[in-house]
Design a binder for this molecule. Structure first.
Ligand code: ADP
Ligand code: MG
Length: 313
């Protein structure tokens, strides 16, 4: 019996450093991660891949902004859809070539994925996620008046648009993803946390200008397809206590109770490691058996129990 893993891949799987951000650079970075995803599939896993899209959405918004005098701008939900397509393409082609190299009979497919959020989520009253480029105070004020943007002054560096970051409630394309997994496809889904949509009074879906955390969305996906494992691939081999301090200690394994205690003690930085730990806890408290955090190059070794940080119920 093959087991199912949701693999949430982080920003480092597409952009390694600020000097390597072009599309060919991203393609090359994705190649490396795809080698290890193919490796785990060869070990017997069926995989659904979730991925981040923060910088890629930033690039689209910037282009859109620069071309404003000539072309319509791109709404945020469409930036999400565009990046799901482009990143999905990047992963599909890399996986195709890697499967071919290994003589594996596997195919990958991308599902443009909407994720339902609650229109009464408190995040809508308190937008916190900065997106797009920095602006002058005057531009920020104009955008607020003309387009209803929420803007903030970002630590003396200038003004930025902020959008809500609501919690994911339901993966709209869940059944399609499940069918594809059961049929043996590798599925790329919930890209960038999914395109956030709300239900209007009639129950119709409407895209919203918001950003869903990709770790939370991957956790929800893992729960809703009954995955055996949530694997979060990021820039560190293991999670640490006292991260970056002289008394730093790597964690091999922790229970949900231990993870909660460490979190309360402030060991996991908000906006980076904390959402991964919360996403793992969420998965395990809803019936998941195991969550694993490591970096792309250690995926196969971590699955063999040789490294990474394992979180168990
Ligand atoms: P991703 O794009 O994968 O979501 P993030 O930058 O959001 O990456 O989160 C991963 C980062 O979290 C790591 O690269 C590391 O710098 C940081 N981090 C914060 N706290 C910890 C911790 N306790 N242990 C390990 N890494 C941590
Ligand atoms: Mg992150």
């Amino acid at each position: 019996m093959r087991k199912v893993a949701v693999v949430a891949i982080g920003g480092n799987s597409l952009i390694k450093d600020p000097a390597h951000q072009t599309v060919p650079d991203q393609y090359a970075a994705a190649h490396e991660t795809c080698i290890h995803i193919a490796g785990m599939i060869e070990q017997g896993w069926d995989v659904a891949i979730g991925h981040g899209n923060g910088p890629q959405v930033g690039f689209i918004l910037r282009r859109s902004e620069l071309a404003r005098h000539e072309l319509h701008e791109v709404p945020l939900d469409f930036c999400g859809a565009d990046t799901q397509g482009a990143i999905g393409y990047m992963l599909q082609q890399n996986l195709y070539n890697e499967f071919r190299r290994r003589g594996m009979q596997k195919q990958a497919a991308t599902v443009v994925t909407q994720v339902l959020v609650d229109r009464n989520d408190p995040a809508f009253k308190n937008p916190t996620k900065p997106i797009g480029s920095f602006m002058s105070e005057e531009d920020a004020r104009k955008r607020r008046e003309l387009e209803g943007w929420d803007v903030i002054e970002d630590a003396g560096r200038g003004w930025r648009r902020v959008v809500p970051s609501p919690l994911p409630v339901r993966v709209i394309e869940r059944d399609a993803v499940k069918e594809l997994i059961d049929a043996g496809f590798v599925v790329i889904t919930v890209g960038g946390g999914g395109i956030p949509v709300i239900e209007d009074e009639q129950g119709n879906l409407v895209g919203v200008a918001a950003v869903i955390d990709k770790d939370y969305a991957s956790s929800l996906l893992a729960t809703s397809i009954g995955a055996d494992l949530l694997l979060i691939s990021t820039a560190v081999e293991k999670v640490a206590l006292n991260y970056g301090k002289p008394n730093q200690r790597w964690i091999d394994q922790m229970t949900v109770a231990e993870a909660k205690q460490y979190m309360a003690e402030g060991h996991f930085a908000p906006g980076s490691m904390k959402p991964k730990i919360e996403a793992s806890i969420w998965f395990l408290e809803r019936g998941g058996k195991e969550a694993l955090i490591t970096n792309p190059e250690n995926i196969e070794r971590a699955l063999e129990g040789k490294t990474g940080t394992r979180i168990v119920p």
